[in-house]
Design a protein around this ligand. Structure first.
Ligand SMILES: CC(C)(COP(=O)(O)OP(=O)(O)OC[C@H]1O[C@@H](n2cnc3c(N)ncnc32)[C@H](O)[C@@H]1OP(=O)(O)O)[C@@H](O)C(=O)NCCC(=O)NCCS
Length: 173
């Protein structure tokens, strides 16, 4: 893999427009129907656990983490993770995952869920549970429902519905 020196920092409110544009480019209009989107809908991601990558001053990639529950347990959803096309394959995606997981662990979180490719996320600490152990609020390929435990026994007995954190009657804060 090519290694390139990028810098990484927590997301700022001023990054919003670039992040939204990157999501539109990477995932298209279908992103709003994704199961992971439904878990985030109307919920503020945690800016202290969400990071951007820069090349010099240029924004190149982002990862967002959002609180959810799984079977009633406080957990974290990782995603979207997206890298600008010109910067793919240079390590920024994996580094953003590593940094955000370390920050989540530091903040006392125990379980991280994502919907994504096991070959990519497996080496970063994510694994599949038994098929159907975790259900999402919209259809998702069960082989792509992955979790990481941030403490040694965090995944023990983990099962149930992954749910959006209730934020009031209209889903707003
Ligand atoms: C997927 C994505 C985030 C990866 O970021 P990246 O910075 O390009 O990836 P990295 O440089 O950290 O890692 C590259 C390595 O991962 C591999 N890889 C990339 N996507 C992969 C995938 N979907 N499955 C398996 N391996 C993958 C590459 O082949 C490369 O392997 P190497 O290290 O052996 O050369 C990026 O390609 C992207 O933004 N894609 C579009 C949006 C998307 O699909 N996001 C993920 C949603 S779950």
């Amino acid at each position: 893999m090519t290694t390139t020196a990028f810098t990484y920092r927590p997301e700022h409110p001023a990054d919003d427009a670039e992040i939204e544009a990157l999501h539109a480019q990477a995932f298209g209009p279908g992103r709003f129907a994704r199961a992971a989107f439904r878990l985030r809908e109307g919920v503020q991601h945690d800016p202290a656990l969400s990071f951007v990558a820069l090349s010099g001053d240029e924004f190149i990639a982002s990862v967002r983490l959002t609180p959810i529950t799984i079977g009633g347990r406080p957990s974290i959803l990782l995603g979207p993770l997206a890298v600008k096309p010109a910067y793919k394959g240079k390590g920024a995606g994996k580094q953003l995952v590593r940094i955000s997981l370390a920050a989540a662990r530091e903040a006392g979180h125990r379980v991280v869920l994502l919907v994504g490719d096991e070959p990519y996320y497996g080496p970063l600490g994510f694994t599949r549970l038994a098929r159907g152990a975790i259900t999402l609020p919209a259809p998702a390929d069960p082989d792509r429902v992955l979790v990481a435990g941030l403490t040694p026994d965090a995944l023990e007995g983990l099962a149930g519905k992954a749910e959006r954190i209730a934020t009031g009657p209209r889903g707003t804060r």
